[in-house]
Design a protein. Structure first.
Length: 136
């Protein structure tokens, strides 16, 4: 079995300004387990948010944190700044894999906004109903 350090995950974790601590804290195998379990947990919370908006908020918050952690890798990725593109983080090296996370971050923010609006409107309706019942 090929070790994680020599695999495809290493350039992402070791160059991420927000996730560089995963290897020292958990080791190579523990870092991948941590990432996998957290992503599955946030995905499950997003799915359960279809029925329970508070769980959806937790999932969207975790998803936002995950994608902020991965989007911040882009400026620090070795060979990601293409000279022919004027030094812009273009589609070279490992950057193409990370570019999708910009869209997924925007989607996570949208889902968070929708769930917060639904929870707050439900709480407002509940408060209005209780005041109607109380005053009648």
């Amino acid at each position: 079995m090929v070790g994680v350090r020599g695999g495809t995950v290493d350039p992402y974790i070791s160059n991420g300004p927000l996730i560089f601590w995963l290897y020292p804290a958990f080791g190579m195998r523990g870092a991948t387990w941590f990432l996998g379990v957290s992503e599955w947990t946030f995905g499950t919370l997003l799915f359960l948010g279809f029925w329970n908006k508070k769980l959806g908020i937790l999932g969207a918050l975790g998803s936002c944190a995950t994608f902020i952690g991965t989007v911040t890798i882009i400026p620090f990725m070795p060979d990601g700044w293409d000279a022919s593109a004027g030094g812009f983080p273009a589609m070279t090296g490992n950057v193409p894999f990370l570019m999708k996370d910009i869209v997924l971050l925007a989607l996570s923010v949208y889902l968070l906004r929708q769930d917060v609006m639904r929870v707050s409107s439900a709480a407002k309706q509940k408060h209005e109903m209780s005041s109607v019942i109380l005053y009648n």
